[in-house]
Design a protein around this ligand. Sequence first.
Ligand code: F6P
Length: 538
Amino acid sequence: MSDPTDQPSWQSLKSLAADTADQSLLDLFAADGERAARYSVAAAGVTLDYSKQRIDDTVRSALLSLAEEQGVPQAREDMFAGRAINTSEDRAAWHVALRAPHGAPMYDEVHEIRRAMAEFAAQVRNGSWVGFNGQSITDVVNIGIGGSDLGPRLICEALADGSGPRAHFVANVDPADLDDTLAGLDPASTLVIVTSKSFGTAETLANARVARQWLVDAGAAEADIAKHFVAVSTNAEAVSEFGIERMFGFWDWVGGRYSLWSAVGLSILIAVGPETFETLLGGAHAMDTHFREAPLDQNLPVMLGLAGIWNNNFLGLTSHCVVPYAQRLASLPAFLQQLEMESNGKSVTREGEPATVATVPTIWGSVGTNAQHAYFQMLHQGELAVDLDFVLPLSGPDAASDPRERERVANCIAQAEALMCGRDSAELEAELKAQGLEGEALQHRLAARRFDGNRPSNMLVLENLDAHHVGALIAAYEHKVFVQGIIWNINSFDQWGVELGKTMAGQLVGELSGEGESVEHDGSTAALVARVRRAWQG
Ligand code: F6P
């Protein structure tokens, strides 16, 4: 791993980007009848079709050389071997060990905790775990934020089957989040899972304290708290200080945004059952094996990462939109925002030097078809060019008879096609003329409807929206992020950038209430502090 710009392939890619700036995707398809197949890779029931990327054979081979030259294969081995690849914190990033089968490193420890989780989840699901007045659990509230929220939230939404208690997720410290959630629940039949790797996150602890009081106010004695409160953490001491008896642990080598496969997934086990959780892990493991073993050019996460590098670093597309065409994957963009931007939103190299290349682009998006009626206008005709990932889970013949299902799938495919093909000007002109338009009016309409196309996208097709395929999809994105981090020569596994704001908020909490010490602020912050204090003094 070193400065990517020193690699010969980086220089070739730069000139290829200049040469192919105007390369038409439709011309690439016209020249190669096999393009869709030759620019697709499949693994674990997920297919990545990157044929609508402005990539030809020469570009692809230069991108693959870049991956080799930057040491992706060796780095990948280091990750799978559990070496301390998170150098700024001197620890491994070993989430793959969480989904590895019997005999793998850490198997015993990982499985011991998972057995305990499965046993607990089974008791909650079969009604034998009861609350303070003998009622079974009907609702589970996961209190956590960031990686202690987004992963389990996404999976519970994706796989919800009604087989267990309802799962709720509270992340925001805005009182409305917890208060609105608890308002609809019966304390006697509610289980709270406080999920925090550090058990020091202010928002999570503030919400957990309020939830605890809610139980006490409803009649739970101190001794009953254990029936309604469990923790998921790596910090046993802080958990016990907080007064929670039962903790499901994990390890510092599990990064927050990579943690849904660990005890952080407890809400998943309770909502959909331990077997489904195992299937989820199995899907992720199938993708891990593929990532570890497949040649780079046939490697789905590698090609996903390289397509992103080409767009971001060479074509200047610094905005990346993810649109899952599945309501149950509505939280995927938010999950990927943390996964990609917290991992690769860095400007310092692994050696502590300023990064020499652009790192993660802006990641955003929302669910289709809704997104089409919000910002797709900009994607088709806006000045800022954006590249997209469409995520399309397929369904079986039963669903295909539902007209809404046909709309869902057709719209996804149509949007990718429209972005690439644009609108043929001659055809449009003929159509407008046939409507009787001519002269200036015709030119005006033509200009407004101009639709150049040639906008790149990936299509990720899942054979099914089930635990196996969702597990495989998430693992593919994790490895994409890894590949890109290695190529950019940054550490994808720390997040020092979030610390400063946390410290400042801690200081301001006291200052705003008038209880803490005042410190000197810039003019804007000082004015805001004064304004809030006036509002709070009534
Ligand atoms: O905000 C940064 C962060 O540390 C994330 O990396 C993490 O997922 C989240 O906060 C929550 O942290 P914890 O699980 O320790 O409460």
